[in-house]
Write a protein that binds this ligand. Structure first.
Ligand SMILES: [Zn+2]
Length: 398
């Protein structure tokens, strides 16, 4: 069973949008920090440099030379590079548009990252209302449309300066294209979020609205793939591959959303205590790793242990922690040496929602959580426990 549990909301702009999983990978990946605007850290993903180089090359070696004759060769490249930078500034402004409205609705914007397909704003939690969702989604394309209009207006004023006039013309066109592309009514594009907000507002059913917008996203992704393949057969290999690639990204992100909704539906109203395993093994703090592996891991196949000292639980031991220690040291290392101390362990209560537990695991990048009832360890919950539980539920048809 595969699923993407993603608590973050992402607004992507540009020629495509990454899937949810890739977005969180992006958020975790260090890039080049550019400082912050409105308190939001802005960074460049390394993939941005690839696109910057490609765009500069296309603009400097083919677009500008075909539009304008008789420039000194270097001017084509400088104008190309400047245009590429301003294009990404446009994308950044688009993301800041989403972010500004999100902040107005009391939401947190964790970061804005510029990457190969444009930009992504990581906005915390779900929007509080359909109206908020609608306005946040529309703010980005509104900024892009505003930029396109503004650049068209100033264009005649730049008529005396060919490079500036050429840049304004190109950027006006690109910003218009950016707005129109992002308004395609399929998730994860802004238009898909607008569609979702409208259905959400009309039906008061967020799940239903998300499903419809995500399926519309899959439809458009499929259309893009089809159009890309068609272009390839028509002889435009490079352009065709690019369009198909965008379609593939759209489809990926949209299907991840469909799966997430289905998964969330299965988990709705189910508590941690229903799925957690209660047979967690307690081992003494001075148990050697070798003994632990021989007796519990290989013998009974346990993967998780509570480390106790007298009556007190002092830490948590996982298979992962054991594997980090070289085998040769297993006979001299004790459980207490490598355990996660209890005060560092993130836990969840037995009556918490299973969905909330999964989101907590995703946020912290762990595969299991101890379930604490007050200061007592009530059990352990792992991703496998959740999947096993759901399978049982499905088999019994309850
Ligand atoms: Zn957008």
């Amino acid at each position: 069973m595969s699923y993407t549990a993603e608590s973050k909301r992402s607004y992507a702009a540009g020629s495509g949008a990454a899937s949810q999983g890739q977005k969180s990978a992006l958020a975790a990946r260090p890039g080049v920090a550019l400082g912050s605007i409105m308190g939001i850290p802005i960074s460049l993903d390394y993939s941005w440099f690839l696109v910057f180089a490609l765009l500069t090359w296309i603009l400097g070696s083919s677009y500008y030379p075909s539009e304008f004759k008789n420039w000194p060769p270097l001017l084509y490249w400088v104008t190309g590079a400047a245009t590429a930078i301003l294009l990404f500034a446009s994308v950044l402004l688009h993301e800041l548009g989403h972010s500004y409205i999100a902040i107005r609705f009391g939401m947190t914007v964790r970061s804005i990252t510029l990457f190969i397909f444009g930009g992504v704003a990581q906005i915390g939690a779900e929007p509080p209302s359909a109206k908020a969702e609608l306005l946040i989604a529309m703010a980005g394309p509104a900024v892009s449309l505003g930029l396109a209009a503004g650049l068209s207006v100033v264009q005649p004023l730049l008529a005396g300066n060919e490079p500036l006039w050429g840049m304004a013309k190109y950027l006006a066109f690109i910003n218009l294209a950016l707005a129109l592309f992002n308004l395609i009514p399929g998730f994860p594009l802004d238009g898909g979020r607008v569609l979702r907000a409208l259905i959400w507002g009309a039906t008061k059913n967020l799940r239903q609205a998300t499903l419809i917008a995500a399926n519309a996203g899959r439809f458009f992704g499929f259309l893009f793939i089809l159009a890309g393949v068609w272009r390839m057969f028509a002889g435009d290999i490079g352009g065709g591959i690019w369009i198909a690639f965008i379609g593939w990204f759209l489809d990926n992100a949209a299907s991840a959303q469909v799966h997430q909704v289905a998964f969330q539906g299965l988990l709705a109203g189910r508590e941690v205590s229903q799925a957690m395993s209660r047979q967690c093994v307690s081992v003494a703090a001075d148990t050697l790793l070798q003994q632990l592996v021989d007796e519990h891991v290989l013998g009974i196949g346990r993967r998780c242990f509570l480390v106790v000292r007298g009556p007190e639980t002092v830490g948590l031991m996982t298979l992962h922690r054991i594997k980090e220690v070289p085998k040769a040291q297993w006979s001299t290392t004790t459980a207490a040496d490598v355990m996660i101390p209890m005060r560092e362990v993130i836990s969840i209560g037995p009556s918490a929602d299973l969905w909330a537990a999964l989101q907590l695991m995703d946020r912290d990048g762990v595969n299991q959580l101890p379930v604490m009832s007050g200061s007592e360890v009530a059990g352990m919950l792992s991703r496998e426990d959740i999947v096993t539980y759901l399978r049982t539920v499905q088999e019994l048809g309850t």
